[in-house]
Design a protein around this ligand. Structure first.
Ligand SMILES: C[S@@+](CC[C@H](N)C(=O)[O-])C[C@H]1O[C@@H](n2cnc3c(N)ncnc32)[C@H](O)[C@@H]1O
Length: 304
C-alpha cells in the first residue's frame, strides 16, 4: 500500500513537470528516500504507470502519444540501451546540390554545415538500439547521377549491420513536377529496412494471430501533397500524413520511434496523433525552437 502511494507521488511529480524526467531529478523531490527506492518504484510500475525513454529517463504512461526533443547530435544514440527502440524513422541531411535543386531540399548554407555521410558505425548503432524485427525507415532523395553510388552504399552498409532491405516505396509529391532542365522530378524514396526478420504486425485473417511484416501491404507509392513553401517551417519538411502512414505500417500504439534528424518535428506530430512516443533529435538550436512551437510541447533537454 505504502509502495503504491510512493508510485502515485512519483507520477504526480512527473505530471507536474510536464515532460520525461531523469531519475536523479525525480529523486531530488524525495530527499528522505534513497534513489534505489525511487528506482524500485519506477521498475515495478514499468509499462503500468511509467515508461522508460532512455537510460535513466522516465515518462508517465498516458496511453496517448507524446513527443519530445533532444537538442544534440542524432548520430549519437548512446542514451538508448541495446534493443530498446521500436522503430527509427529519419531523413538524413543532404549535401548533394543536384538532388536539392527544384525539390524541397533547397541547398542552403544554414544546414549544409550539418550535413555528413553515413558510415557503417551509424548503421551499427541503429541496429544496436533497435529491437529485433524492428524497422528502420530512411527517407532518401530520388536517385540521380551524383548520388547513386552513395544511395547504393547506404543499402550495403545497412545490410552489413544486420538491417535487411525490406522495401522501397517512393513518395510521390503530389501533382506538381519540378522542372530541372531535361529531367523532371517529384519524388523521394522511402527505404524500409528491418533488423533480422520483420516483426509480426500483419493480422492473419485466415488463422487469426499475426504474421511477419508491416501492418498493411505497403503501397507502390505514397501519394501525399508536399507542404507549400509558404506554410513550411523547414525546407525539407515532410507532410505529417506521410509520417502517419509510415508509423501505422511499422509500429503499434504506445511504441517508441526515434527521428535522428528531425527538422520541423513533423514525425513528432504524427506520433502524437497516432498514439506513439516520438523522440526527436535536432542539432540546430533555431530548428529546435521552431520544432517545439510546432509540437506545442514544453522545451526540454534530454541530455543524460
Ligand atoms: C532533412 S532535414 C529533416 C526534415 C524533417 N524530416 C522534416 O520533416 O521536417 C535534416 C535535419 O537534420 C538536422 N541535422 C543535421 N545534422 C544533425 C545531427 N548530427 N544530429 C541531429 N540533427 C542534425 C538538420 O539541421 C536538419 O534540420
Amino acid at each position: 500500500m505504502k509502495q503504491e502511494i510512493l508510485a502515485k507521488r512519483i507520477a504526480d511529480v512527473i505530471q507536474q513537470n510536464g515532460r520525461p524526467m531523469h531519475i536523479k531529478e525525480i529523486a531530488s523531490h524525495f530527499p528522505d528516500k534513497p534513489e534505489s527506492t525511487i528506482r524500485g518504484r519506477l521498475y515495478t510500475n514499468l509499462k503500468k504507470r511509467f515508461d522508460r525513454v532512455a537510460r535513466g529517463v522516465y515518462m508517465l504512461l498516458s496511453g496517448d502519444g507524446a513527443a519530445f526533443v533532444v537538442e544534440g547530435d542524432g548520430r549519437n544514440l548512446a542514451m538508448f540501451e541495446d534493443e530498446s527502440v521500436d522503430a527509427i524513422v529519419t531523413d538524413h541531411p543532404w549535401e548533394d546540390e543536384a538532388s536539392n535543386k527544384g525539390t524541397n531540399r533547397v541547398f542552403d548554407k544554414t544546414y549544409d554545415h550539418t550535413s555528413f555521410r553515413y558510415t557503417i558505425e551509424d548503421f551499427e548503432e541503429k541496429a544496436r538500439v533497435l529491437k529485433e524485427g524492428g524497422f528502420l525507415v530512411e527517407i532518401l532523395p530520388a536517385e540521380n547521377e551524383q548520388n547513386f553510388k552513395y544511395l547504393y552504399e547506404i543499402k550495403v552498409m545497412a545490410e552489413a549491420a544486420g538491417l535487411n532491405y525490406y522495401a522501397k516505396v517512393p513518395w510521390r509529391k503530389g501533382k506538381c513536377v519540378y522542372n530541372t532542365g531535361r529531367k523532371s522530378k517529384n519524388s523521394e524514396d522511402i527505404m524500409f529496412f528491418v533488423k533480422g526478420r520483420a516483426r509480426a504486425l500483419r493480422p492473419d485473417k485466415q488463422r487469426g494471430g499475426w504474421m511477419s511484416g508491416t501492418s498493411y501491404m505497403l503501397p507502390t507509392e505514397f501519394d501525399f501533397e508536399p507542404i507549400s513553401p509558404k506554410k513550411r517551417i523547414h525546407q525539407a519538411e515532410k507532410p505529417v500524413e506521410l509520417y502517419e502512414a509510415i508509423l501505422e505500417a511499422i509500429t503499434r500504439p504506445g511504441e517508441m520511434v526515434v527521428d535522428q534528424f528531425a527538422g520541423s518535428g513533423n514525425l513528432g506530430r504524427a506520433a502524437m496523433r497516432r498514439g506513439r512516443i516520438g523522440v526527436l533529435f535536432e542539432i540546430l538550436k533555431e530548428n529546435v525552437s521552431r520544432m517545439v512551437q510546432n509540437l506545442s510541447i514544453p522545451e526540454i533537454s534530454l541530455q543524460v
